[in-house]
Design a protein around this ligand. Structure first.
Ligand SMILES: [Zn+2]
Length: 498
């Protein structure tokens, strides 16, 4: 067999099981899996003593986003370089229509941002912000290869908010086309009221950035998830809850799955490793993101939900703002640009705190970071798993070697990190994207602009694939994966060590 590259001797994680051996690459595709592959002239990438895992899909990213009175600081150049260093080989951003923009205008605008800059492959969720105008444009976007849409239950002042009529109507269309609606679920009116009640000079002086978590109690998210799930159940349209941050949310998803409702939930890695005690810090305002960090009990419930199947995907909601941008708040928490850098640390945080922390197996991690997101977003079987015929997107990580998080040495344009000084394993020693080495010895070597836009076809939404086979052969209804997918007798790192 003609092979261009052989990744040799690694612990290879596939949906069918984990084995020590080789991955053979021909052109842009995985062409062979075996124990001692050989091909004259093939480039050898030594993976001995390392895990070889599928490239990560970060399906919740905002690059160069105009937001909160400024523009997020990572663009398609810095953002995708950061992703590559963190083993991310595919990202999905959100194309948001502005002013009188159509859905097509939004997609074209975001295609321009990525063109010539992106190091890794990408596509966009299409945001529906004005239902009356946009509803008849959905079908055209599906035909163009955009099969996931997004609505916000908040952000009225940005002109992004969708009401129940829009949610209900969009979910009906999702059912018709076999596509999926992503929803930012927070209860707008109650949130506005709580913010208004606290927006006084006295309280701002007394509590500062702590007003951010204080004005978003858990029920703000829980009520909105419950309502969106109700419309999902009523219409049968595929629903995906983005950045779920509360234990209450996980409980609602669990109950919905028990009724066979086609809802899927994502969390972001910051909700798994940080809680709102960071707002006590002098620089606590840096940690403002939306939704905000919650309590330790929520953190625990979300980890439990990853095991139990209530949480199917881990992403980042990357929306980078520098210290200078964050300083725009000047003591008024409602003016803090909301968001954090994330692409570069998604895999290291999940690996270190999940796998090395004894909370998930390496196979479960790959399910949540690669396989599930690819399936749910309509990118499987091309993306998301090490399998013959799939794109050769790989991350090669050392099981224990750590790097201290140091913003000055990172690819992101952020001059701070929520995880500064943390020792993390799982940075990508080698990242391969469609057969090409783009990170070598922890350094980005790939060419900017080599990433491609990924067309998708409908019919691979939450409802369809959630009813199918999971990695461990178990049938599961309405959820991504049940329990532990694959036992890993050969894992070089014993669970529970750090
Ligand atoms: Zn977001």
């Amino acid at each position: 067999m003609k092979l261009d590259t052989i990744v040799k001797g690694g612990t290879v994680v596939t949906p069918g099981g984990t084995f020590v051996g080789d991955v053979g690459i021909a052109g842009e595709k995985i062409a062979a899996l075996g124990s001692s592959l050989d091909a004259p002239g093939a480039r050898i990438v030594d993976a001995a003593g390392h895990y070889v895992i599928p490239g990560v899909l970060d399906v919740h990213v905002h690059l160069e986003l105009p937001f909160c009175g400024t523009v997020s600081a990572d663009d398609y150049r810095s953002g995708t370089r950061a992703g590559a260093r963190g083993g991310v080989t595919t990202l999905i951003d959100f194309a948001i229509p502005y002013a009188g923009d159509s859905l097509a205008d939004a997609a074209n605008n975001w295609l321009k941002k990525a063109d010539g800059k992106s190091l890794i492959d990408y596509t966009f969720h299409i945001c529906i912000t004005r239902w009356n105008e946009h509803k008849d444009q959905i079908e055209g976007m599906v035909k163009r290869g955009f099969t996931t849409f997004k609505e916000f239950m908040i952000y009225e002042s940005e002109g992004w908010q969708s009401d129940d009529r829009a949610l209900y109507g969009t979910l009906e269309k999702m059912r018709e086309y076999g596509t999926t609606l992503l929803v930012h679920a927070e209860s707008a009116r109650v949130l506005d009221e709580l913010i208004a009640r606290h927006h006084t000079p006295e309280l701002m002086k007394q509590y500062g950035a702590r007003l951010h978590p204080m004005t978003r109690p858990n029920f703000v998210e829980a009520e909105a998830i419950q309502r969106a799930v109700q419309w999902c159940e009523a219409t049968g349209g595929n629903l995906y809850i983005v950045h779920m941050s509360t234990g209450e949310g996980a409980d609602i998803i669990r109950a919905a799955h028990a009724r066979g409702v086609p809802v899927i939930a994502e969390t972001c890695v910051q909700y798994l490793v940080l809680d709102d005690s960071v707002f006590e810090r002098e620089d606590g305002h840096l940690f403002a993101c939306c939704p905000q960090l919650k309590k330790p009990k929520d953190v625990e419930r979300l980890w439990q939900g990853l095991r139990g199947g209530e949480v199917s995907v881990i992403s980042t909601d990357t929306c980078t703002f520098t210290r200078e941008q964050k300083a725009m708040w000047e003591g008024d928490w409602t003016k803090i640009p909301m968001g954090m850098p994330g692409l570069e640390t998604l895999l290291p945080l999940t690996y270190t705190h999940g796998v090395l922390g004894g909370r998930m197996s390496i196979e479960e991690m790959c399910m949540k970071l690669s396989t599930n997101p690819a399936r749910i977003m309509g990118l499987a079987p091309r993306k998301g798993a090490i399998a013959i015929g799939a794109d050769a997107d790989l991350a090669i990580i050392h099981p224990t070697r750590t790097h201290a998080v140091d913003p000055s040495a990172m690819e992101t344009n952020a001059d701070w990190s929520p995880f500064e000084g943390w020792d993390l394993a799982g940075f990508s020693r080698t990242t391969i994207s469609r057969g090409e080495v783009i990170v070598d010895d922890y350094k980005v070597v790939g060419r900017e602009g080599r990433g491609v836009w990924l067309p998708r076809t409908p019919g691979l939404g939450t409802g369809d694939w959630g009813l199918g086979e999971t990695a461990n052969g178990a049938r599961s209804r309405g959820r991504a994966d049940a329990g532990s997918p694959v036992p890993s007798p050969q894992s070089p790192v014993p669970a529970g060590t750090r």
